[in-house]
Design a protein around this ligand. Structure first.
Ligand SMILES: [Zn+2]
Length: 79
């Protein structure tokens, strides 16, 4: 099984060993095996995405999303 880290966009075969998730209690894995870090509130995920900056175009930034479901949230086994 391959996973894509939603933060650094690296593809890994064991997301639980990936350094980006260090320090986060939970991660969220979507149907495309993208993994996102879950903040302490248990419903806000962060990922890196292209963000529109208006006139100057687009940059890569970290965006927050709120989950509508807590399905597919996995405890970080390294904690
Ligand atoms: Zn990463």
């Amino acid at each position: 099984m391959l996973y894509t880290c939603g933060l650094c966009e690296v593809i890994v075969d064991e997301i639980m060993d990936h350094p980006c998730i260090e320090g986060y209690g939970h991660i969220y894995i979507d149907n495309n095996h993208f993994s996102y870090l879950v903040l302490d509130d248990g419903k806000t995920t962060i990922r890196r995405s292209t963000v529109s900056t208006g006139r100057s175009g687009e940059v890569k930034g970290v965006v927050e999303d709120e989950l509508e479901t807590n399905e597919n949230i996995c405890p970080n086994k390294r904690q």
